[in-house]
Ligand binder design. Structure first.
Ligand code: LLP
Length: 463
């Protein structure tokens, strides 16, 4: 995952071995459009703006830390995905990346479907009026209550993840006098991350039913026998933050092989395949993600080719991007509290949030970029580590970044590309109050998830 250490900045053994940083960018004031949401720019004062609103005014009105989500960008990305895949394919936004009722309404308006993976996400989707038939329900251990709610609501598909679940969903559907549309999630033996994929035994994980050893074929056999189920296809999800399409190539080939086996054994051509999500985004200027139309073209060519060689009709394809839609559309705005230069090492910049609003750096060693956004600066680049205010030394937001050397308390800095898996994985560690999500569009800002209050914390603590 990490980029190579670069001998720029302080020359100290620890820095060189532990650092992930590259050379400082030519101009620290430039907000690279690759990593920032579409409408982000700087105004004549040098203050960063989103949707035409300055971050200084936004911080004043909504406080920090806060996530600011560029609604224009979010909607444009939804449209780009929908158009790229066209009417013969389906795009399901993966709600786990970030879900709120406003998001559900935007998805509905922009013609996307929604993948949910818990009863909570399902409730959010239904309560915001997402038509049930446009919802796919995932999870490796859905409760009976969750399954019943989903079947009763009439979700478009439930993705079956185990032999027990095949029976469980069938029984529940039958007891409700329904026939539930389902897919079977298979494990194709491929794991993909960023630029690498490994096509060997990666069945050693909790999701899905392995193709290897004929287990997936057995799952199909069982599902086809049950009256409560209508088996519509096969599902596969191979990883996260993927740039290299080779993993999808192998996965599609293996799924199509299963479709051919099913046809040979049962005389049935399953009409759909879902290739999951996992498409990568740019967290730093060095990442080069593909555009939705390139991804759509690549996936459709792979599936069409594999089906032709197996003599199958090309099934309807669906995909489930989460990060690739919402990730780039938001940034987290922090206020700098303290700046601590460590001689010969780096400067620790402490902000008013931390691992409670972005756990990804601590959990996955994820890389982010960061910029001073309340002003521009001509000061020298300073090798920095942006850390939070939590009582833990692993509380790192941006491990290695260059910020201007005149940075000081009160400055606003922002971390771009935090739309996915930041608010949705936020915690109350140290009884931190989870930040709000503020949607910005055409000069207007609107809270879509409010900031937690101390009353919220105390309300859960029954004493
Ligand atoms: N479909 C399925 C079945 C999935 O399991 C996932 C992600 C997605 C779609 C959406 O993947 P995306 O396009 O957003 O990469 N917390 C981690 C990511 C976990 C992803 C789990 N499944 C992170 O922060 O990187």
């Amino acid at each position: 995952m990490s980029r190579s250490a670069h001998p720029a900045g302080p020359r100290h053994a620890d820095v060189l071995t532990e650092g992930h940083y590259s050379a400082p960018p030519a101009d620290l004031n430039v907000l690279d459009p690759k990593v920032w949401a579409r409408t982000v720019t700087r105004d004549e004062r040098g203050v960063a703006t989103v949707g035409g609103l300055g971050v200084d005014a936004l911080a004043e009105e909504f406080g920090t830390p806060a996530y600011f989500l560029d609604e224009t960008d979010f909607r444009a990305r939804c449209r780009a995905w929908a158009e790229a895949f066209g009417k013969d394919a389906d795009v399901f936004y993966a709600g786990k990346a970030f879900l709120s009722r406003a998001i559900v309404r935007w998805l509905k308006e922009e013609g996307l479907n929604l993948d949910v993976c818990s009863g909570g996400e399902l409730t959010t989707a239904l309560s915001a009026g997402m038509p049930a038939e446009r919802i796919a329900f995932h999870g490796n251990n859905k409760s009976e209550e969750e399954i019943r709610t989903a079947v009763e609501a009439g979700v478009g598909r439930i993705v079956l993840d185990s032999f027990q679940e095949i029976v469980r969903v069938a029984h529940i559907a039958q007891s409700l006098g329904k026939r539930q549309r389902v897919q079977i999630r298979v494990t194709v033996g491929v794991e993909a991350h960023t630029h690498e994929f490994i096509a060997t035994a990666h069945e050693d994980q909790k999701f899905g039913i392995a193709l290897a050893g004929g287990q997936a074929a057995e799952a199909v056999r069982r599902a086809l026998k049950l009256d409560g189920l209508e088996l519509i296809g096969i599902h596969s999800h191979i990883g996260s933050q993927i740039f290299d399409m080779a993993g999808f190539e192998v996965s599609a080939r293996r799924v199509v092989q299963l479709l051919a086996e099913v046809r040979d054994e049962h005389g049935v051509e399953l009409p759909e395949i879902d290739l999951g999500g996992g498409l990568g985004i740019a967290y730093t200027s060095e990442d080069d993600p593909r555009e939705p139309h390139e991804i759509a073209k690549a996936l459709s060519e792979i599936v069409t080719r594999e089906c032709e060689s197996a003599g199958l009709r090309t099934p309807r394809i669906s995909v489930e991007p989460g990060r690739a839609i919402v990730g780039p559309t938001a940034f987290t705005l922090y206020r700098v509290g303290t700046v601590k230069p460590l001689e010969g090492l780096r400067t620790y910049v402490s902000v008013d949030g931390g691992m409670s609003d972005n756990i990804r750096t601590a959990l996955y060693d994820a890389e982010y970029s960061v910029s001073l956004v309340s002003r521009t600066s001509d000061a020298e680049p300073m090798l920095s580590r942006v850390v939070g205010k939590h009582c833990e030394s692993g509380d790192i937001v941006v491990r290695d970044a260059f910020l201007p050397a005149d940075l000081g308390p009160g400055d606003l800095i922002a971390v771009p590309a935090t739309g996915a898996y930041c608010r949705s994985m936020a915690s109350n560690y140290n009884h931190a109050l989870r930040p709000p999500v503020v949607a910005v569009r055409d000069g207007e800002a609107r809270v879509i998830v409010r900031r937690e209050t101390e009353e919220d914390l105390l309300r859960l603590d029954v004493g």
